[in-house]
Design a protein around this ligand. Structure first.
Ligand code: OSB
Ligand code: MG
Length: 374
């Protein structure tokens, strides 16, 4: 495929409800949408960087800068035989995986469209098992004003058919909350996400939740500290999952070798795209780690990519992939719905990402657009 033209949209959408984590609150969610034009086809990508650098160092503005001034110039006019050929072109830029992933997603979309297969089918080619046609999903519930409010919010999602709930926690909003939720929902698949809010000295607090039959606790310690997670893991009975720390295949290898986690949350944005996400899937599967696909409050474009990835055989735990109505109404694509009977979302089957972009809505939420030609 020849990369002929790229359009970059900086969009801003209002979340259906504010999303509070240990690192801050998101209400108005900006992101970048990238359209890559190649030989009559258009591939879409989403850069999931957030407005502020609370989750990782990238922001919408740094990603715009890195894409505009370095990554897009490096790929314009280039001819790729396969999606993995993109990686060496991006390698001169250190880091910035979220910016890189937007290009990577668009290239995978075009590659699948060229072959007339869905992205899930293209990604699943190396495996004996075909891609799943529905993937298990759950909801990530932000920090609420009270325990009572949290239980009400969970009740709402359970009534909608979600079978797995992830609760955001931070010091002071943790043990009591998790105990109350477990008591209210004895059989619910329940997990916690601390977004790096604790230190090793907090191990006794985390141990107090060992008897709550939690699916896992996600990223309790520093965002860049795999070593200390390796020290914490044997102190806990709850399985330990890494999110923020796994920024590349090399970091996944390190986590495996240090036995720093039981489970990896694979976010294509955080690792620089779908090529690396699949490599981490393969590594985790071989090492016997639990795997699932995480989320970053994506639009429908990102969500289509998450669903295609989650269709791979090693992703056996429910993903942070919820129905469109949990994020943006309306969204910039046709909506995704929950299959309530089994807490799944159907994987798009049309060629490429298989999403329909709503041009009117994309235009309505665009703050800035730039086009780049070879
Ligand atoms: O830590 O998993 C996280 C959203 C933004 C940044 C970080 C995280 C999250 C979520 C939301 O938990 C997952 C979703 O997209 O529903
Ligand atoms: Mg997380």
């Amino acid at each position: 495929m020849k990369i002929e033209k790229i359009d970059l949209y900086h969009i801003s959408q209002q979340l259906v409800s504010p999303f509070r984590t240990s690192f801050g609150v998101q209400e108005q969610r900006d992101c970048l949408i990238l359209a890559l034009h190649s030989e009559g086809l258009t591939g879409w990508g989403e850069c999931v960087a957030t407005n502020d650098p609370g989750y990782c160092y990238e922001t919408v503005q740094t990603a715009r800068h890195i894409l505009t001034d370095f990554l897009i110039p490096a790929v314009l006019g280039q001819q790729l035989a396969k999606p993995a050929d993109l990686l060496p072109l991006l390698a001169p830029v250190r880091g910035h995986p979220l910016a890189k992933a937007a290009l990577d997603q668009a290239v995978w979309d075009v590659a699948a469209q060229r072959e007339g297969v869905s992205l899930a089918q293209l990604l699943a080619r190396p495996y004996a098992e075909g891609p799943r046609d529905r993937v298990k999903v759950g909801v990530s519930v932000g920090i609420q004003p009270s325990i009572k409010a949290t239980i009400q919010v969970i009740e709402g999602y359970v009534a909608q058919g979600y079978g797995r709930i992830k609760l955001k926690i931070k010091p002071g909003i943790d043990v009591e909350l998790a105990q109350a939720v477990r008591q209210a929902f004895p059989d619910l698949l329940l997990m916690l996400d601390a977004n790096s809010a604790y230190t090793l000295a907090d191990a006794p607090t985390l141990q107090r939740m060992d008897d709550l039959d939690l699916l896992m606790i996600e990223q309790p310690l520093a965002y860049d500290d795999i070593h200390q997670h390796g020290q914490l893991r044997p102190l806990l009975q709850t399985p330990l999952c890494l999110d923020e720390s796994i920024t590349s295949l090399a970091q996944a290898e390190l986590a495996r070798d240090l036995q720093a986690c039981d489970i990896i949350n694979v976010k294509p944005g955080r690792v620089g795209g779908w090529t690396v996400a699949r490599q981490i899937h393969d590594l985790g599967r071989k090492a016997g780690l639990g795997l699932w696909v995480g989320g970053m409050l994506e639009t429908g474009i990102g969500r289509a990519g998450q669903l295609a990835l989650a269709a791979l055989p090693g992703f056996t735990l429910p993903g942070d992939i919820s129905a469109t109505e949990r994020y943006y109404v309306p969204d910039i694509t046709a909506p995704f719905y929950l299959n309530r009977e089994d807490s799944t979302i159907s994987v798009p089957a049309d060629p490429g990402l298989g999403v329909e972009v709503d041009w009117g809505q994309l235009t309505a939420v665009t703050r800035h657009k730039a086009s780049f030609r070879a």
